[in-house]
Write a protein of this length. Structure first.
Length: 601
């Protein structure tokens, strides 16, 4: 099939299947794999030759690792050394040994068992990191551990691919294995180029004011690195990662990230489609029981080892389970290892294809594990974490009640404590309560929108109630409750935005401070002074704006629920404000002219 028509079919399948899979609550990765299976050679048969597609898709993995590397400054990578070489090496050795032992007990030779164990010990970098990124879990404890393990696996595959030809005794392949001198020379040259060559080129491109050249430069680096690593018989994806790390402290890394990101997502999707296309579905039909049981056994065994290692590494049970659910699958490097082993004569072709199918199925099982984790286990963890609200001592000696002890509530409390003013605080986040108590804060766990809790906390006798709740609906509900049951107690509230302010004003809250309003005005004043305004003129302008906006807030309260009127009012206010400042400028100009005339006379 012509390359253009292959690309059209790939894009069409992805555009149809992936959104449908997302509608069904499945990860996009599964959608890509299903799309690949459908248009691949074993179902509809639109694309028969997958070699060209696979070569292009490999760049998706390279771009992923390049972007990961560019986020890792060398100093940060040094900090991760214990996780990478400790946890990562333990996972590869334990998992590989356990799988090799099982294979040997099943009658395979020790060498073949060792190769299978090493290949299946690898997890899918592209698959796991894509799932973690979709769920915003890369910075979580299990996300960091998963990244460290995957990074070690990427490095471990290099000696593995070098050893396979030696085990087979294939001299020709041994010649093509990585050699120490070229590897050292290339990496030394890369370090030199990243410091003294690439940065000047980036500056030259930036001065040309041609943004698309950044895209070209990013693609040149990644494609060039994959080609260079292939020439010295190393992992192309590891080369892309190294290139990213070497550019991690570059002032242009954010621009590079922005330019590469769209290509990365699309090519990673193409990689997962190739996984679906290359699956030998007829073999799966003939050997379904063995392959499915093998994939399930792989997931369970790797998951158990990952859980154990995470626990030994200091993780709690929940983080350990999350790590076990993230990395139990086989990986893309397993495809490379088994293909190399089959070519070298170490593995029987039939066994190699069965192993590839088991790895593919294990990838498909991983999102199912995430779904079970999110919809079965984690909701039960939440129930188990629930605890009864604290009992607030009914001494009523405090003058201020603070509802909500987040960023705003804590600052108010610190000022009150500095002036020896007694207060009590209520917070509905149990973890937040436990944390701030470590610093000696008098905080009680409970929802401030509970009448009984407010009564016990002394809301009836408090001189003022500070409403510092972050959640808008909870804040409004608490304000209504206070107004209904304690109508004479003043409420001083923080509001997240104008709409929150309008809703609090409807209830009759005494004083409202918009969360970012004052700090934004201070910032605007500093900006005006930086570009040439005098301090007096800058502060006067900001003061005038503040007075006008506060008056506008009161006027718009009556119409904020009518979108059309509110939009019209906002447009009118812009014209009024422009005219107001123009009038001030004309008045200032007349005063300056009058003063100059007086001086002249």
């Amino acid at each position: 099939m012509h390359a253009a028509s292959s690309i059209i079919w790939l894009l069409a399948a992805a555009l149809i299947i992936v959104p449908l899979s997302r509608r069904l609550g499945l990860p996009s990765v599964i959608g890509y794999m299903i799309a690949g299976m459908l248009i691949g050679p074993h179902i509809i048969g639109i694309i028969h030759d997958t070699n060209g597609v696979i070569e292009i898709a490999d760049f998706g993995i390279a771009m992923l690792l390049f972007l990961i590397g560019i986020e890792l400054e060398p100093s940060r990578l040094w900090v991760l050394r214990r996780s990478v070489f400790g946890l990562g090496s333990a996972q590869v050795l334990l998992t590989g040994s356990a799988i090799a032992l099982v294979c040997w007990l099943m009658g395979l030779s020790p060498i073949v068992s060792a190769v299978i164990g090493a290949g299946l010990a690898m997890s899918s970098t592209a698959f796991a990191l894509q799932l973690l990124a979709e769920k915003n879990q890369l910075s979580a404890q299990h996300g960091r551990q998963a990244f460290a393990i995957l990074l070690f696996q990427d490095m471990a595959v290099i000696p593995l691919l070098a050893i396979i030809p030696m085990l087979s005794g294939d001299a020709a392949e041994m010649i093509n294995s990585p050699q120490l001198v070229p590897v050292v020379a290339v990496f030394s040259a890369l370090f030199f180029a990243s410091r003294f060559l690439v940065r000047p080129i980036f500056r030259f491109i930036a001065n040309s004011e041609t943004p698309e050249l950044f895209t070209g430069m990013g693609l040149f680096i990644i494609v060039g690195m994959t080609w260079l690593m292939t020439e010295i018989h190393l992992s192309a994806s590891l080369g892309a990662f190294v290139a990213g790390v070497l550019l991690a402290d570059s002032e242009y890394r954010h621009e590079l990230e922005a330019q590469i990101q769209p290509f990365k997502g699309l090519l990673l999707g193409l990689f997962f489609m190739t996984v679906g296309m290359t699956a030998n579905l007829p073999l799966l039909g003939r050997e379904a029981v063995v392959i499915v049981l093998g994939a399930a056994a792989l997931v369970l065994l790797k998951g158990a080892i990952l859980w154990l290692l995470a626990r030994l590494n200091g993780s709690d049970n929940k983080a350990a389970i999350r790590l076990a659910v993230t990395l139990p699958q086989g990986g893309e490097f397993a495809f490379i290892v088994f293909t190399t082993a089959v070519t070298a004569g170490l593995l029987d072709r039939h066994l190699g294809e069965m192993l590839v199918l088991a790895v593919t199925l294990s990838m498909a099982m991983t999102p199912i594990g995430f779904l079970l984790l999110e919809h079965v286990l984690e909701p039960r963890w939440g129930v188990q974490q629930e605890r009864s609200y604290d009992e607030v001592p009914n001494d009523n000696k405090h003058e201020v009640l603070i509802a909500g002890f987040g960023r705003v509530g804590q600052i108010v409390a610190r000022v009150l404590r500095l002036h020896h003013i007694p207060f009590v605080a209520l917070e509905s986040n149990a973890r937040q309560v436990d944390f701030v108590r470590l610093f000696g804060n008098k905080v009680y766990y409970g929802r401030p929108d509970s009448h009984a809790l407010l009564l016990a906390a002394g809301a009836a006798k408090a001189k003022v109630i500070v409403l510092a709740i972050d959640d808008v609906d909870e804040s409004v509900h608490t304000a209504k409750l206070i107004r209904r049951h304690f109508p004479n107690t003043p409420i001083y509230a923080r509001a997240r935005d104008r709409m929150h302010s309008y809703r609090l004003m409807d209830i009759g809250v005494n004083l409202i401070h918009r969360e970012t309003f004052a700090s934004s005005l201070e910032l605007a004043s500093d900006v005006l002074q930086e570009i040439g305004f005098s301090e007096g003129d800058a502060k006067a302008g900001v003061k005038r704006f503040r007075e006008y906006d506060e008056d506008l807030l009161i006027r718009q309260q009556a119409i904020y629920q009518n979108e059309a009127e509110l939009v019209a009012s906002a447009k009118q206010s812009i014209r009024e404000l422009e005219e107001l400042f123009a009038s001030d400028a004309r008045a200032a100009k007349r005063r300056n002219t009058s003063e100059q005339n007086d001086e002249a006379t």
